[in-house]
Design a protein around this ligand. Sequence first.
Ligand SMILES: CC(C)(COP(=O)(O)OP(=O)(O)OC[C@H]1O[C@@H](n2cnc3c(N)ncnc32)[C@H](O)[C@@H]1OP(=O)(O)O)[C@@H](O)C(=O)NCCC(=O)NCCS
Length: 159
Amino acid sequence: MQQTFKLRKFIPDDLQGVMQINRVCLPENYSDFFFMDLHQRFPETFVVAEENGGEIAGYIMCRIEVGLSNYGFGGLIKKGHVVSIAVMPQYRRRGISFALINRAVEGMQYYKAKQCFLEVRVTNDTAISLYKKLGFENTRTINGYYSDGEDAYVMTKRL
Ligand SMILES: CC(C)(COP(=O)(O)OP(=O)(O)OC[C@H]1O[C@@H](n2cnc3c(N)ncnc32)[C@H](O)[C@@H]1OP(=O)(O)O)[C@@H](O)C(=O)NCCC(=O)NCCS
């Protein structure tokens, strides 16, 4: 299928559209301040997918953190943390998330991150297969990570 979306950095005018996608697609919702703060601090890793008609179909937002390497780099390194990613149901399975993550990874590399990681519900098979396809591997499980008590896998990719 021909690609009908384009990626671009989030701009403040996208806020309501992105918050709506977040509400429709995920149980973890955030305040407008939270979205804008990530945009202001890490604009290179807050990316939206815009469909032909201009509608926002999906987004990814991340932050850069400092932590210990999972890959034996030694000492503290910068890591890109995927905070939230979602694509509206009608635009799924067109490669949008795949493209969003790859673009966010470029942003993480711009910020000199050496790893990318994220948490995912252990039952979210769709997202887990997406991340595996992108080369992420399970590095640990966090018991009761989500507010409803579900466990999370931490999945990590070397950049
Ligand atoms: C997970 C999600 C972001 C995937 O978005 P998407 O744009 O549909 O994903 P893509 O089209 O880029 O899929 C890329 C690959 O991921 C895997 N994948 C995606 N959806 C899948 C599904 N329903 N079943 C199995 N594998 C799937 C496939 O390997 C796919 O490649 P393929 O289509 O060539 O087989 C989307 O389903 C979503 O928004 N879900 C709700 C929110 C969510 O769970 N976010 C992640 C929280 S950690």
